[in-house]
Design a protein around this ligand. Structure first.
Ligand code: AVI
Length: 317
């Protein structure tokens, strides 16, 4: 990408961050979209979360893939282009690629840096496999590279990332994926299951405080990038199970009455008030099937661990 394009993109991103933070701090209840967690430090902290003993999703999903990728390969058949939504995660993608004899691998991600890094790593591990990264926002239909258009497709969307959007946006995304992948496509998707808050809360509020640091890092980012003076020590991390909405909510709670400036604007937050920073929706088996059906996908097979913590679902368009 040319240097001027990169500068334009950085400027657009900065303006979008500023607009979301100002709108989110002005709203009641206050809420800032979770997408802003992932600056460099936030991405490092998320990687650390995936290795925590309390955070079961990554561990369980990786084990499910290791065990069942062969079955996915038998159902999908060889010669498909694997289209991954999000940068290929080093732990999960190789299990799938080794088992299904793909004709090409196309990771799609909005962040070009991560995309190129993970694409290079996978290309080195799978010599002979065409790896064609596409830098795009997969919330909308994406035009796939000419070389894979004629191939049957297998979409791959691990990590229960769909849980970070509400059902309405989740359906929009599933429909966009169906549009991107085209007729005859299949989709392998990871979805976290509804379970006891005794397991869910520690997964989002771990003993080491890594998730707390991940949540509070958003305030550091605001101070650094939006010229803020938020007293970060006055906030604490909260993880709450909202049973009615079947979701974990992350909040930043003010522990005292405070006032601060962000991007030239003053905000006053009362003790006990929170800034809502993330939703992580969980699905029971029926809810997962309904969401997929509303998004244009028919579930074919479903794999889960013995404790029913996490599900890997193969669906067809
Ligand atoms: C990326 N996403 C699926 C994670 C989740 O579990 O909702 C993000 C996360 N937030 C706190 N811990 C992990």
């Amino acid at each position: 990408m040319a240097a001027t394009d990169l500068l334009d993109r950085a400027g657009t991103l900065h303006a979008a961050f500023r607009a979301d933070v100002i709108a989110g701090l002005s709203a009641r209840p206050r809420a800032i979209p979770a997408r802003w967690f992932y600056d460099h430090r936030g991405s490092e902290l998320f990687e650390a979360i995936t290795r925590l003993p309390e955070y079961y999703p990554t561990r369980v999903e990786t084990a499910l893939l290791a065990e069942h990728a062969g079955a996915v390969g038998r159902i999908a058949g060889p010669g498909r282009a694997v289209i991954e939504f999000g940068s290929g995660s080093s732990a999960k993608t190789p299990h799938l690629l080794s088992a299904i004899a793909p004709a090409a691998y196309v990771p799609i991600d909005i962040s070009g840096d991560f995309l190129r890094q993970s694409a290079d790593a996978l290309a080195a591990d799978f010599p002979g496999l065409p790896v064609i990264p596409v830098e795009a926002d997969f919330m909308a239909r994406v035009a796939l590279p000419r070389d894979v258009r004629h191939l049957p497709k297998l979409g791959f969307f691990p990590g229960s990332t769909i849980g970070n959007m509400g059902p309405a946006h989740g359906v929009d995304l599933l429909r966009a994926m169906a549009g991107t992948l085209g007729e005859g496509a299949m989709l392998l998707i990871g979805m976290d299951r509804v379970k006891s808050p005794a397991i869910l809360i520690p997964a989002y509020d771990d003993a080491e405080g890594v998730t707390a640091a991940f949540n509070l890092n958003l305030l550091h980012r605001i101070n650094r990038e939006l010229d803020g003076d938020i007293p970060i020590a006055a906030f604490r991390h909260r993880a709450i199970w909202n049973d009615e909405a079947a979701r974990i909510e992350m909040h930043l709670e003010a522990m005292a009455d405070i006032s601060f400036i962000v991007a030239g604007q003053r905000f006053a937050v009362a003790a006990g008030e929170t800034i809502h920073t993330e939703n992580s929706h969980k699905y029971d088996p029926r809810g997962a099937r309904l969401l997929l059906a509303a998004g244009g996908w028919t579930p074919m097979r479903e794999w889960t661990d013995p404790d029913g913590l996490f599900a890997l679902i193969l669906a067809e368009a």
